[in-house]
Design a protein around this ligand. Structure first.
Ligand code: SF4
Ligand code: SF4
Length: 58
């Protein structure tokens, strides 16, 4: 399972990139690299906008 950022909800605060243990989150336009994400959920827990959700497709 990987996590995905909803770009419409994201407020570009950068907290998710700070907490990701494997640096899977790209900065600028925040997005998660599905190849790198280990599905730990730290980013979703840290997001103040609740813009990060588990991707049930994967
Ligand atoms: S779920 Fe974990 S590994 Fe995946 S992007 Fe979020 S913090 Fe990084
Ligand atoms: S923590 Fe949430 S609001 Fe902040 S940059 Fe990441 S996805 Fe966007």
């Amino acid at each position: 399972m990987v996590y995905v950022i909803n770009e419409k909800e994201c407020v570009n605060c950068g907290l998710c990139a700070d907490v990701c243990p494997v640096n899977a989150i790209g900065i600028g336009k925040y997005s998660i690299d599905p190849e790198t994400c280990i599905g730990c959920g730290e980013c979703a827990d840290s997001c103040p906008a609740e813009a990060i959700h588990a991707d049930s497709q994967d």
